[in-house]
Design a protein around this ligand. Sequence first.
Ligand code: ADE
Length: 234
Amino acid sequence: MWRATVLTIFPEMFPGPLALSLAGKARASGVWALDAVGIRAYATDKHGTVDDTPAGGGPGMVMKADVLARAIDAAASDVRPRLLMSPRGVPLTQARVAALAKGDGVVLVCGRYEGVDERLIAARRLEEVSIGDYVLSGGEIAALALIDACVRLLPGVMGKEASSAEESFSAGLLEYPQYTRPAVFEGQAIPEALTGGDHAKVRAWRQAEAERLTRERRPDLWAAYQKRRKPPQP
Ligand code: ADE
């Protein structure tokens, strides 16, 4: 069974939204499992201290290496990839999500405060992963996002709906626009290409719209897509 083990000072944040909808049903039926491990239980003093002031001074607090190491060794000493959710990590991609979903699961360490003692990151070989260029108040919401993205790819979790969004994104383009009844909404009709029953016309319209949206919104994806389509001539 695919297993996510999350180390956090807020285990009450889990499963959170992952108890609902497809992810929740899949968990209830044994497709995947979640362990939320409270880091504080691995503190050694009576206050349950998990952080301390930064060496060299400065604001905020740093999560202690010794406490986190005990938590990881007790809860997650197996072969699964160990990721530290952090805004300075490598950006998470659909390709990485797909690779993680194919494996046995993940161990996710949620950082809080100003960071985590660098020696722990090295000693337990944590790979830092970011879900975007913005700063959350901790890694928990990033961990929920990563798990959600993986779980929907596990066999049997999603039906056919998954495939079209996936195919489009994996092809390197954003999704084309969608419409449903009524035929006219506040004076706007559904594009004519979609209503005539001509499948070739529908396909061409969707491809053109996916390309237009990608060009307008994601110049980075557009450049990569074009490069793959037209490899440089020797
Ligand atoms: N923790 C705080 N911000 C984050 C981000 N953008 N991605 C992953 N973990 C985080």
